[in-house]
Design a protein. Sequence first.
Length: 140
Amino acid sequence: MKDNFKFKTNIRVIFSDTDMAGVVNNINFFRYFEAARIEYFRAAGIAVMDVIKSGLEAVMVHQECDYRLPVYFDEILEVGVRTSEIRETSFATEYRLWRKENGDEVAAGKTVHVMIDIKNRKPCPVPEWVREHFLNFDKA
């Protein structure tokens, strides 16, 4: 399944991500998704601040995570990210998290973002240049 993700980045679990049992609290997986998504955008040539400066914003409207195995302090996770769907005004991003040490899949997730005009807060088309960056990066 790792081969389905061209982009991967590593994240080390910090102590404050864990609960009293030493297990990563489930909400932190969404932080890992966000950190990896920003790196994925950067690697694909999409600077988030450039999108915002153009008067647009990608607002998250849905997020999900399937937890497969517990994760612990100081483990290194490899996070795969890809754009799984692009529609007129939205795009979906998929994530997989693997334990770097042995490749075990520990979680899988998805987020959906709607492109909005910052001034009127209404949905607008995903810019062609953003669409092209996603498509070209993921198929390369």
